[in-house]
Ligand binder design. Structure first.
Ligand SMILES: Cc1cc2nc3c(=O)[nH]c(=O)nc-3n(C[C@H](O)[C@H](O)[C@H](O)COP(=O)(O)OP(=O)(O)OC[C@H]3O[C@@H](n4cnc5c(N)ncnc54)[C@H](O)[C@@H]3O)c2cc1C
Length: 473
């Protein structure tokens, strides 16, 4: 056989093998959700904030028929219930929560009340005018939350005194300075702080500088859920805890089946199920449930707080890809969250065995930032699920053949404030007022496509490995 013939045969075989490999991978990607059914689970919220969550309402005990049903009693679901009723008191609303309101990320987070969105926070997009508009929308929402607090008589301990994004390296500080100049030129009131000014505010010279956003802040997450649940009830929404939905039947009228066997019929369904959404067969491609960890000390004695010098109660997060974030409660507890995160195969919802190592990493980081806290034990530790989208961009819109299923997903660890902006949008979509939100690039889209197993697991492990290598430099 000539060399030319054998080369041709080799090329043909490789092409066939390559095409076969791609076709098998594509087939596996399409069929794996059917071959690997996902397991639903709602682990109890043991966070510090959970002590202040509202008590659970009774579950659904009979069949119901309403105008709007909402699945999920986190901030997205509760705020959309409030706004649907505010838009029209004639619209009947039933909210169905599997465990109790605030059992998910809304009652377990790092308490940072941030402007903007994950993909825009402290970074410019190609459209500075749009960045400014989204900044104003989200900064204004924090003021709205304060208005809600006065209106419904629940104090969620909002401090809108600013938040910092601190820079781990000199290069990041240079980048932060550049960003702040650009952002200020577009009208965003962010400031660059050098090492000294940052140290004066948070007591540590660990960071090379920081971005300061004066309109961000912090909140007590348990009390924020309490505020929205009180508001939703005051506005006339029916709220049912301990009512997991197990099946959605689409149609001009959507029929939900609960674990109890009861059904809820509705004209419009709002899916506010965040990282749990794929368990109902929806939004699997849009986001992956990622375990994130938080730990908190007991209240620091005044002398110790003075020693660490965190004089301004500003929450802060660093610039790593696997970001660490810290806050100081009104009773002087320090909490630290983030660092290495985990993904459990097949969108798993059961806390992974690596959790103790993750809390140890939080311990080590806290001791590095504040050596005086090295011997201060954590009083409580917990984990929560982030709905991480591939492009870190949130999404809100309609889906389903009858376009009567509304969703909000992909907050990517940046949802404490944004969820109630999206709750307002969802309520406007119920009454077809889409036009007022068409300027928002997150409307009627889905985040970038995340493949199914086993590619999802492999891809996330690769990405996490890369982030850890990058963050360690
Ligand atoms: C550890 C951690 C730290 C974070 N820190 C911050 C931060 O500092 N700042 C920030 O901006 N964001 C932060 N986030 C993100 C923020 O908390 C979330 O984006 C936000 O709370 C999402 O709210 P949600 O209502 O969409 O989802 P969730 O609060 O998760 O609510 C979804 C609800 O749906 C219910 N549910 C799901 N499936 C069903 C079903 N089949 N039937 C009935 N009910 C169902 C669940 O039980 C759950 O209560 C953090 C998240 C985590 C996990």
């Amino acid at each position: 056989m000539s060399n030319a013939t054998s080369r041709r045969r080799f090329l043909k075989t490789s092409t066939l093998l390559g095409a076969g490999g791609i076709a098998s991978a594509a087939a596996l990607n399409v069929t794996s959700p059917y071959m690997l059914p996902e397991k639903s689970q709602f682990q109890e919220n043991h966070s510090f904030w959970s002590a202040d969550l509202p008590s659970a309402n009774a579950p659904v005990q009979c069949d119901l028929e309403v105008d709007v049903a909402i699945i999920g009693g986190g901030l997205t679901g509760l705020s959309s219930a409030v706004y649907v009723r505010k838009n029209s008191t004639g619209t009947s609303v039933a909210l169905l929560e599997a465990a109790r309101c605030g059992n998910g990320a809304s009652g377990r987070n790092g308490a940072m009340l941030l402007t903007l969105t994950e993909d825009r926070y402290m970074q410019s997009s190609l459209d500075p005018g749009l960045d400014k508009r989204i900044y104003d929308l989200t900064a204004d929402n924090i003021r709205r939350l304060q208005g809600f607090s006065a209106e419904y008589g629940v104090d969620p301990e909002i401090d809108q005194d600013g938040a910092l994004q601190v820079c781990n390296t000199a290069e990041q500080a240079t980048e932060a300075r550049r960003y702040c100049e650009q952002a200020r030129a577009s009208g965003l009131p962010v400031e660059f702080w050098d090492r000294e000014k940052t140290a004066q505010a948070i007591g540590t010279r660990f960071y090379a500088g920081a971005y300061f956003d004066p309109h961000s802040g912090q909140v007590h997450p348990g009390k924020l859920v309490r505020l929205f649940k009180s508001a939703a009830r005051a506005e006339g929404a029916q709220i049912f805890d301990q009512s997991p939905v197990v099946h959605i039947q689409e149609g001009p009228q959507v029929i939900l089946t609960l674990a109890s066997g009861n059904t809820v019929k509705c004209k419009v369904l709002i899916l506010a199920t965040n990282a749990y959404s794929s368990k109902l067969g929806y939004l699997r491609r849009a986001a992956s449930p990622i375990f994130d960890y938080v730990a908190m000390t007991a209240p620091l004695p005044e002398a110790l707080r003075a020693q660490i010098g965190w004089t301004r109660r500003l929450p802060f997060n660093d610039c790593r890809t696997e970001v660490f974030y810290l806050g100081l409660t009104r009773d002087n507890r320090v909490h630290i969250g983030g660092g290495p995160v985990d993904y459990v195969f097949n969108n798993g919802l059961s806390e992974p065995a690596s959790a103790p190592r993750r809390f140890a990493a939080l311990r080590a980081e806290l001791s590095r930032i504040y050596p005086a806290l090295a011997n201060e034990p954590f009083e409580v530790t917990w984990s929560g699920l982030v709905d991480m989208s591939l492009d870190q961009r949130p999404a809100v819109g309609r889906m389903g053949k009858h376009e009567n299923i509304l969703y909000a997903i992909g907050f990517s660890g940046h949802g404490v404030n944004l969820t109630s902006v999206f709750g307002r949008i969802l309520a406007d979509l119920v009454v077809q007022k889409d036009a007022s939100w068409e300027w928002l690039p997150y409307l009627n889209r889905l985040p970038a496509y995340t493949p199914n197993e086993p590619f999802r697991w492999a891809g996330i492990q690769l990405a996490l490995g890369f982030y850890r290598w990058q963050d360690s430099k």
